[in-house]
Write a protein that binds this ligand. Structure first.
Ligand code: 5AD
Ligand code: SF4
Length: 416
C-alpha cells in the first residue's frame, strides 16, 4: 500500500507534511513520488497568494480523473486553504474524501483512521535525518493587512519549550546536525517566560548539534538580546530572514507592519555592525493597493541601500478575510509584473556582487545532496554551495574554497 503527498507553500507546511508521512509510514504505508501509484493521496495546501490556490485546484483536477479510474483511492486535502475554503472544496470536488484545516492538522491520524485499517504496524522508527524542522509556534497575531495566515492558522501559540527541547535532543541523538526552528514570527516566541533567545540557548546546548537556524523574523520584535546571541553563539547560523515588504512608510502603515523604513534600516545596520558576516534576506510585496511609482521607487532604492543577500518578491494578491480586501486592488497586473522584474533584476545584481566577496575564501558546507558527481550544501549564511566530489558526502561538513559566485549560489573545490 502506498501514499503520495503533495505540499504547496512554506516550510511550516513541509513540516506538517513530514508529520503526516511519518504517521502513514508507521501504519505500514510506503511513500511514492508518483500519485498514480498511490492508495492515499494527500494535498497539503497554501492560501497566502491566489496562485497557490490555483495550483491546488489544478492538481485536484488531475486527482478527479485518477479517482474516477480508481474509486478506492483515498483523497484528502489539508492545510491552509482547506481551513477556510472547506465548503468550496467539498462542493467543487465531491470526490475528495476528507478536508482538514491547518488549525486541526494534528487530528490527521484520527481522520485517516476512519478510512484505513489503522493499526500502526510499525513503531516510529528513529530515522537519521541530517536536517530537521521544528515548529516552535503556530499561528500569528500580527494581522498584517494583506495576510491570510492569522485567519487560517489562528492566533500565535508558542509550543512548550521542554517539548521542543526533547524533540530536538531526540533528533540530534539520532544523527540530526542542523535544526531549523519555525514560526511565523519566531521573535515573539514566549512559553512561560522562555523567550526566543532563551530557547535558542537551550537548543544550542545539545551536544552533537552543529547548526541552528530559524525563521521568520518580524522587524518590530527582533531584540538586541537576540542579535547579541546570534553574534556570540557559534552554532547559530549567520542568516536572518527579515521581511521588509515595502520601504514606503505610507504603504507600511497601510500594511500594519508597525515600523517605518528608517527603523528597519537602523535595525539592519545594527545587525550588520554586530555580526559582520551576517546574510540578511527579505520579502517584498509589489503592487500593494495604492502603491505609486514613487512608493515603489523607495523600495527599489532601499534594496540598493541595504544590499540584501537575497530577495523574495511577490505581486500583491488580494486574500479573503484580510483587512486589505477593503482597499481597491488598483495596481494593474502589468505594473505589478514590471515592478517585480525591475526589482528582481537589481536584487540579482546586488546579491551576485555580495556573493563575489566569497571568492578565494573558504566556507564550511553541510552537504545535503549528491548528483552527477556534484555535491550541494549550504554555508552558515544559507547560500547554496556546489562542488565536485567523487563520493556522496551527505551529512558531512566540509571546507570548500570558493572560485565562482552567482546571485543565488557559490561554487568551488573541496579542501581535503
Ligand atoms: N500577496 C502577496 N504576497 C503576500 N505575502 C503574504 N501575503 C501576501 C499577499 N496577500 C508574502 C509576504 C510574506 C511572504 C511569506 O508572502 O511577503 O512575507
Ligand atoms: Fe502574515 Fe504578517 Fe503574520 Fe507574517 S507577520 S504571517 S505577514 S500576518
Amino acid at each position: 500500500m502506498k501514499f503520495f503527498i503533495e505540499t504547496i507553500g512554506c516550510q511550516m507546511n513541509v513540516n506538517d507534511s513530514d508529520d503526516i508521512s511519518e504517521y502513514l509510514s508507521s501504519c505500514g504505508y510506503e511513500k511514492t513520488t508518483d500519485y498514480l501509484k498511490a492508495d492515499i493521496v494527500v494535498l497539503n495546501t497554501c492560501s497566502v497568494r491566489f496562485s497557490a490556490e490555483h495550483k491546488a485546484y489544478s492538481f485536484l483536477g488531475r486527482l478527479k480523473e485518477y479517482k474516477e479510474q480508481n474509486p478506492n483511492v483515498i483523497i484528502g486535502v489539508v492545510g491552509c486553504m482547506a481551513q477556510y475554503a472547506y465548503k468550496e472544496i467539498k462542493k467543487k470536488c465531491p470526490f475528495v474524501d476528507f478536508v482538514l484545516g491547518a488549525k486541526n492538522i494534528q487530528n490527521f491520524p484520527e481522520i485517516i483512521n476512519k478510512f484505513i485499517d489503522s493499526k500502526q504496524t510499525k513503531h516510529k522508527t528513529a530515522k537519521k535525518e541530517t536536517f530537521k524542522y521544528i515548529t516552535i509556534a503556530r499561528g500569528c497575531s500580527n494581522f498584517c493587512t494583506y495576510c491570510i495566515v492569522p485567519f487560517v492558522r489562528g492566533q500565535e501559540v508558542s509550543i512548550d519549550s521542554d517539548k521542543i527541547y526533547s524533540f530536538a535532543k531526540e533528533a540530534v541523538d539520532n544523527g540530526t546536525k542542523e535544526i531549523t526552528l519555525l514560526g511565523q514570527n519566531v521573535n515573539s516566541y514566549d512559553f512561560n517566560g522562555t523567550n526566543f533567545t532563551k530557547l535558542i540557548q537551550k537548543i544550542s546546548s545539545i551536544s552533537g548539534l552543529e547548526r541552528l537556524r530559524f525563521m521568520t523574523n518580524h522587524p518590530k520584535d527582533l531584540s538586541d538580546e537576540l542579535i547579541n546571541e546570534i553574534a556570540r553563539n557559534n552554532k547559530v547560523c549567520k542568516h536572518i530572514h527579515l521581511p521588509l515588504q515595502s520601504a514606503s512608510d505610507r504603504i507600511l502603515k497601510l500594511m500594519n507592519r508597525k515600523y517605518t523604513y528608517e527603523q528597519y534600516k537602523e535595525l539592519v545596520f545594527k545587525i550588520k555592525n554586530k555580526i559582520p558576516d551576517i546574510n540578511i534576506t527579505s520579502d517584498i510585496i509589489v503592487g500593494f493597493p495604492t502603491e505609486t511609482d514613487d512608493d515603489f521607487k523607495k523600495t527599489f532604492l532601499a534594496a540598493k541601500e541595504l544590499k540584501f543577500g537575497g530577495l523574495f518578491i511577490f505581486k500583491y494578491s488580494p486574500r479573503p478575510k484580510t483587512f486589505a480586501l477593503q482597499f481597491n486592488d488598483d495596481v494593474s497586473v502589468e505594473i505589478k509584473q514590471k515592478r517585480l522584474y525591475e526589482l528582481l533584476e537589481e536584487s540579482n545584481i546586488i546579491s551576485k556582487k555580495i556573493n563575489s566577496n566569497y571568492i578565494n575564501k573558504k566556507v564550511d558546507v553541510l552537504v545535503e545532496s549528491f548528483q552527477d558527481n556534484i555535491c550541494c550544501g549550504r554555508n552558515s549564511q544559507n547560500l547554496k554551495v556546489f562542488f565536485p566530489a567523487e563520493q556522496n558526502l551527505n551529512g558531512k561538513i566540509v571546507k570548500v574554497n570558493i572560485n565562482n559566485a552567482l546571485a543565488n549560489s557559490l561554487s568551488g573545490n573541496m579542501i581535503v
